[in-house]
Design a protein around this ligand. Sequence first.
Ligand code: FES
Ligand code: FES
Length: 188
Amino acid sequence: MLTESSTLTLTINGEERRVAFPTHHTLLEVLREECGLTGTKHGCELGECGTCTVLVDDKPVLSCLALAAEMEGRRIETVEGMQEANELDPLQRTFADLGAAQCGYCTPAILLTARALLDHNPDPTEAETRAALAGVLCRCTGYIKILQAVEGAAAIRRGEDWTPPDDVLYGDPPGTPTGPAAEDTANG
Ligand code: FES
Ligand code: FES
């Protein structure tokens, strides 16, 4: 029988937590309101924007559509769990280095979705990264920095040296021709 409140042991970021919550609450609500983990953002709460994404058993899940009451025995990971001690995850580092977060509202969801991608595909093509991130909408960026940051983090995770090219950090040098004429020149 469905009761009005539930008390369950949830495994969140490797820690078991005993949590009491109204049984109808979504995982998003329980993470933010009962657990104080406000890194997981709420957007549409309709399954459309992806900004509430967390990992459940290593797979991206829309926490606004998942019932917390069904999460006992599953491994839940939020952005708060990405850092190891004082070490940022490579994705967090490259996002910070490249300015891949603007307002940052979508960033936790994108970081976790990218982590799930790199965990099963250490060297994704740009098309594979775009496909993996397609469910998380960013209201701010043109996605280019996000793609570059994921590419950089993938390289770091593979043990390769990675430093962002100057034009990625600072843009084209002053005086660099732009526009259709410059493209014609570049294309010969
Ligand atoms: S808040 Fe969950 S998909 Fe928009
Ligand atoms: S950085 Fe603002 S929504 Fe993506």
